[in-house]
Write a protein that binds this ligand. Structure first.
Ligand code: FE2
Length: 164
């Protein structure tokens, strides 16, 4: 799967032609009990708080960039365990135990293919409050509102670099 994604991203511009969108959000491209594929559009400068997946995951960037911060569970809650800045053409794997937060550091939309080794849509999992790091059940509605707020903030900023 990793090789397939890497091969697809040899020509990220071709992927962007099909999948790039002018609005941030999560688009379900494929869903089954064993595999899920999302087209993830990160709005400029948006951040999503720490969350887990409870299945392996692959991230492939076809435009822009996403900065991943990795976490692990510690005796006193969540602790940061490094990060990975991904840019166009990069493919990154996360294990089933991974916990990460994601930021689009760029003043442009980022497009990424995210592949998950399971039923990502229905999997019960966790998110962590960005301020207190308190563990909570994953809330898809809250995630949608983070995307909506980021889209609104970018629209209100008037897309200053004209890239929207
Ligand atoms: Fe994630």
């Amino acid at each position: 799967m990793r090789d397939t994604l890497r091969e697809a991203l040899d020509r990220p511009g071709d992927v962007a032609t099909k999948l790039a969108r002018p609005v941030g959000g999560l688009e379900l491209l494929f869903s089954s009990p064993t595999l899920t594929v999302l087209n993830v559009i990160w709005a400029p400068c948006m951040t999503i708080y720490p969350h887990d997946h409870r299945m392996w995951a692959l991230i492939g960037i076809y435009g822009g960039g996403e900065d991943n911060t990795l976490f692990r569970r510690g005796p006193n809650g969540l602790t940061s365990s490094g990060g990975k800045a991904l840019r166009e053409g990069d493919v990154f794997s996360l294990g089933a135990e991974a916990i990460h937060s994601v930021e689009n550091p760029l003043r442009r939309f980022t497009g990424a293919i995210h592949v998950y080794g399971g039923d990502f849509v229905n999997q019960a999992r966790s998110q962590w409050d960005p301020d207190t790091f308190e563990e909570q059940p994953y809330d898809p509605e809250q995630v949608r509102s983070v995307f909506a707020d980021a889209n609104a903030a970018w629209a209100a900023a008037g897309s200053p670099d004209g890239s929207s």
